[in-house]
Every structure is written in structure tokens, then in C-alpha cells.
Design a protein around this ligand. Structure first.
Ligand code: GLC
Ligand code: CA
Length: 548
């Protein structure tokens, strides 16, 4: 049986501060392990905690062997791993393999010139004066090429302070294995591979063929190239020699299901599961693109999930998630009244996590936390087209209220623990990221309320761990746009799961409605073959075995 963890993603900066500096840290996480155990998750994924100048919140690593001092020490990390393991919780680290920080010693050496042994750790090109080596665009805006001196450029797919590594260089591949082995030897249980689909690039002479001027996103030349699989397999098989049961979740943002199959093929040493961003497509909006709420296309989501359920190799599982640190929080992607938010949050959890696959829950989601408005516009850390929005007639206040619907930093706000404490118990100092208002939800307010979002998550995760929901086959059924309906089947056991994600009541006619409702959020009625669900309600029916 494959390992089927329930993952909880911790954004360490925002989880719990323990030393009064307003920045979450490792000791803080350790203090909250009992909460996580009680929630029912089984594996923690920490966003990067390595030494970093924090240009991209830790994804710019300056030293892979050190903990960033803002998070604590190596001793704190060892203590955290031990304390997690004592509670049966596994820990996986974010593994940043596509690039380093420009402050990494390798890059500092590489800059010294072509004859430096580290020069070939990175990617370089020359171009005639006034030209760029090609027209590929960086994901963070502008060209992938940054000039250094004499017509020479280095390649960066993300920020210019994050130069890409040259994976064709065997030494780079060996260094990466060494780093991963180091952390495995310290007891970590696996990795989340950051941006691994980008480690191989095409011939730099190629251009995106277009009549448009300026740099262009060039996925065909820097994402999912076939050689990625070779390097990935080499990397993971080396690690498996040290830790045969390590768990690997790969970030495969643009991968569609056939690549998902390749990256998780159980016959090879590759990922256990991958996170695709293809589930989520936005509905068109009349707002300016920069300010538009990213309203989800739910038909698209159901279609994609269905493909991923069917298209992976035998035994391989899709990831199930609504949120992560790169997306606006899912509640902010729905237009929903503030009274109904908690209901919707519960229904969303049912719709996603009882499907076949590996849940990946983003901290605070279990409370129904949404993206929050940040105190300053600068805190969004993005290029915002404010001038354009002002010119289109939006007021400054209107614009600011819309920013959390779109930008990722608003999904990285401090965890709201306790409504009776200053800064909601996250820290007694001013948090590193300040919001205009307090989060309307906290752990203490929900812990002992039987119908809270937090309580629903706990019950749901307990149900998720039963054989029907881990091993059962899945069939997603056609239903109204914002109604999610699926069946799970294992031998004679059958479950029918329904989740209404809309503000109106919805009904579903089924051929087979199992007898017993084992879990519900909100209200429903059954009339023969028809189930009627109240707004934002969900329910799970299971048969008595002889019923089947
Ligand atoms: C991944 C991370 C994102 C980061 C990028 C560069 O996509 O999730 O937060 O900016 O990689 O490392
Ligand atoms: Ca701290």
C-alpha cells in the first residue's frame, strides 16, 4: 500500500512566533504540534527555511545547509523533527532545486569569470550589444536574461536575484543529492520539489515565434522537457538508497495529466504525487485583469479532477488542494456573504478531500481563513497596475479592497490562534506582515464549537482515513455547475458525496442513494431518488453492506 499522507502546509513566517520578533519560527511550530496532531493531519510541509536574503520569501537560498536565523537554529530544527516524530507526524521540506540566491557562494564564485570552476553551475549566454540572447520571459516579469558586464548574461526564470542552476553539469546534480541526503540524515521524511519541471532548458538560440515585441513566456522551452524526467529519476533513486520510503511531492504547475502520469509513474523512482495548477481556471471578469477576483470555473475543475483521477498510473494519486502560498485563498475566489463563508468553507473541504488522492491543507484553511487586505500596497510585493486602475475610474479604496482577491501575499497572513490575545496569538510583537483588519476566525473561537469549520475538518479527516476513502475507486458524476457529486466504491461499500458550493439550494437525482448519512455540513432532504441540498451544504451517504 502506498503511503497516503494528509499534508498540512505551513508557511513558517506566519504560523507562530516564539521569540517576540513578529516572525514565525521553528520553535513556534513545535509549540503547535499538538494542535496539528489533534486536527488529524499526518505530514507537515514547511515552505523554505534555509538561509536566505528573502527576496522571494526563502525560495532564494544562500546556504542549503543552514537554517535562516529568523526561523531559529539547526538545534531547533532537530528538536522540531523529533517532537513531530514523537507524535507520529512526518516532516517534509521544500527543496529549491531550480535556482539559488545570487548570494549563494557558488554564484559569487561563478561571477568571477568563465574559468572559475563554479561558472558552469549556472546558465550563461552572450549577445551582441543592445540585444538579448532570446525573447524568453521570466515568470516574475521582463527577460530571463540579466546582463553582467561585457555582453554576458545569466539566466533567471524567477527574480533576477535567483539565477538558475545548470542541471546538465554533473557536479550540480551531485551537490543537490548531497544536500537532500544531509536533510534526510537529520530525519526529514521527504521533500516538496520546488519548480522541478523547469530544471532543463532548451537550446538558448530558440525564440518564441510571435509578432509581439518583448519577452514572452516560453513554457515550451523551459518547462517539462523530457530530460527533466531523467535527472529527476537519477536524483530520487539516489535518495531512495538512503531512505527507501521517502515521500516526494513535486510542484508541476503547468503539467497536464499525461505529464502527471510520467512524473508519478510507480514503476520508476519519481514523485509520489504532483501538484498541478491546471485544476484552477478563472472565469472571465468585467474587472481590469489586475484587479479581478479569480472566480473559479467549477466545471473545469470537476473535468480536470476527473481526468487526473483516471489518467495516472495504477496506484498513483492526485493531490487534492484548494490553497497554497501562491494563490489567493479559495474563499476569496467566491462571491459569498460573510455569514455564509464558514458554511462554504466546510462544503469546499467535503468537495475536495473525500476524493481519491492526497489532501494538502494550507494553514488556516481549516478555520475558513480567507485572503486578507494588507496594511500597505507595497506589502503585496507585486507589480500592480495601480495607475491603470485609477485611470479606469476606481478609487484608491476600491482598488485596495480588491487586491486580496488576486495577489498571493494576502494568502500569507499570520495564523489567527486566539481572539483574546494581542495579534490573535501569533506574536506579541508587530507581525512581519500586517493586515488592515483582524482575521474574523480564530482557533480558540472554533475549538469547542461542534459546528465550526475546524470541527468539520477534524471529522472529515477522520473519515478520510477509512479504507473506503483511501482505497476506494472514484467516479465523479455529472451535476449542476456548482454542485460537486462523486461516488467512492470499495468491494460492497459505497459512498455518495455531495457538496453544494452555491448560494441556492440544489438537487441531485441518483440511481443509488445509500442509506446512512455519516457526515453533513448544513441541511439536506431525501425524497426517493432525489437529494436536495440547502445552500452551501454537503453530505456523505454510505450504504450498509447488504444494500449494495
Ligand atoms: C514555486 C514557489 C513560489 C516561488 C517559485 C520560485 O513556484 O511555490 O512561491 O516563487 O517556485 O522558487
Ligand atoms: Ca520569531
Amino acid at each position: 500500500m502506498l503511503m497516503q499522507p494528509i499534508i498540512y502546509q505551513i508557511y513558517p513566517k506566519s504560523f507562530q512566533d516564539s521569540n517576540h520578533d513578529g516572525i514565525g519560527d521553528l520553535k513556534g511550530i513545535e509549540q503547535r504540534l499538538d494542535y496539528l496532531k489533534d486536527l488529524g493531519v499526518t505530514m507537515l510541509w514547511l515552505n523554505p527555511i534555509y538561509k536566505s536574503p528573502q527576496v522571494d520569501n526563502g525560495y532564494d537560498v544562500a546556504d542549503y545547509y543552514q537554517i535562516d536565523p529568523s526561523f531559529g537554529t539547526l538545534a531547533d530544527f532537530k528538536a522540531l523533527v523529533a517532537a513531530a516524530h514523537e507524535r507520529g507526524l512526518k516532516i517534509i521540506m521544500d527543496f529549491v532545486m531550480n535556482h539559488t540566491s545570487d548570494e549563494h557562494p557558488w554564484f559569487k564564485e561563478a561571477l568571477k569569470g568563465a574559468d572559475n570552476p563554479y561558472h558552469d553551475y549556472y546558465l550563461w549566454q552572450t549577445a551582441p550589444s543592445g540585444q538579448l540572447p532570446n525573447n524568453w520571459a521570466s515568470f516574475f516579469g521582463g527577460s530571463v536574461w540579466e546582463p553582467v558586464g561585457h555582453n554576458e548574461y545569466y539566466f533567471h526564470l524567477f527574480d533576477k536575484r535567483m539565477p538558475d542552476l545548470n542541471w546538465h553539469n554533473r557536479k550540480v546534480r551531485q551537490e543537490m543529492v548531497k544536500i537532500a541526503q544531509y536533510w534526510l540524515n537529520l530525519g526529514v521524511d521527504g521533500f516538496r520539489l520546488d519548480a522541478f519541471i523547469h530544471i532543463v532548458k532548451a537550446d538558448f538560440k530558440q525564440n518564441v515565434i510571435t509578432a509581439k515585441k518583448g519577452p514572452q513566456i516560453a513554457e515550451e522551452y523551459y518547462a517539462n522537457l523530457p530530460l527533466v524526467q531523467e535527472y529527476l529519476e537519477e536524483f530520487i533513486s539516489e535518495l531512495k538508497q538512503l531512505k527507501p520510503d521517502l515521500f516526494i511531492i513535486g510542484e508541476a504547475a503547468s503539467a497536464e495529466v499525461s505529464l502527471g502520469f510520467d512524473y508519478t509513474n510507480p514503476k520508476r523512482d519519481l514523485c509520489d504525487t504532483v501538484v498541478t495548477f491546471r485544476y484552477f481556471k478563472e472565469k472571465p471578469s468585467p474587472d481590469l485583469p489586475a484587479l479581478a477576483r479569480q472566480t473559479l470555473d467549477l466545471v473545469h475543475l470537476k473535468t480536470e479532477l476527473s481526468k487526473w483521477q483516471q489518467g495516472l498510473g495504477l496506484g498513483a494519486l492526485p493531490t487534492l488542494y484548494w490553497n497554497n502560498h501562491d494563490l489567493p485563498r479559495v474563499l476569496s475566489r467566491f462571491e459569498v456573504s460573510s455569514e455564509a463563508k464558514e458554511k462554504l468553507a466546510k462544503s469546499l473541504a467535503v468537495a475536495m478531500y473525500l476524493q481519491r488522492g492526497i489532501p494538502c491543507i494550507y494553514y488556516g484553511e481549516e478555520l475558513g481563513l480567507e485572503s486578507l487586505e494588507l496594511k500597505t500596497v507595497e506589502a503585496y510585493q507585486e507589480k500592480l497596475e495601480l495607475k491603470q486602475a485609477l485611470a479606469a475610474g476606481y478609487s484608491q479604496n476600491q482598488i485596495e479592497a480588491k487586491l486580496p482577491l488576486k495577489y498571493k501575499m494576502a494568502a500569507r497572513t499570520p495564523m489567527p490562534w486566539d481572539d483574546t490575545k494581542v495579534h490573535q496569538g501569533f506574536s506579541d510583537a508587530t507581525p512581519w506582515l500586517e493586515t488592515k483588519e483582524k482575521a474574523p476566525v480564530t482557533v480558540t473561537a472554533q475549538l469547542h464549537r461542534a459546528d465550526s469549520c475546524l470541527s468539520a475538518y477534524k471529522q472529515l479527516l477522520a473519515l478520510k482515513k477509512t479504507p473506503l476513502f483511501t482505497a476506494g475507486q472514484e467516479i465523479i458524476l455529472p451535476s449542476a455547475e456548482d454542485l460537486v457529486v462523486f461516488e467512492r466504491q470499495l468491494n460492497n461499500k459505497r459512498a455518495l458525496v455531495l457538496a453544494n458550493l452555491s448560494a441556492k439550494s440544489q438537487s441531485f437525482k441518483g440511481e443509488f442513494i445509500p442509506q446512512t448519512c455519516v457526515f453533513k455540513t448544513g441541511e439536506y432532504q431525501v425524497d426517493k431518488q432525489e437529494i436536495r441540498l440547502a445552500a452551501y451544504s454537503s453530505c456523505v451517504f454510505i450504504n450498509d453492506e447488504e444494500e449494495a
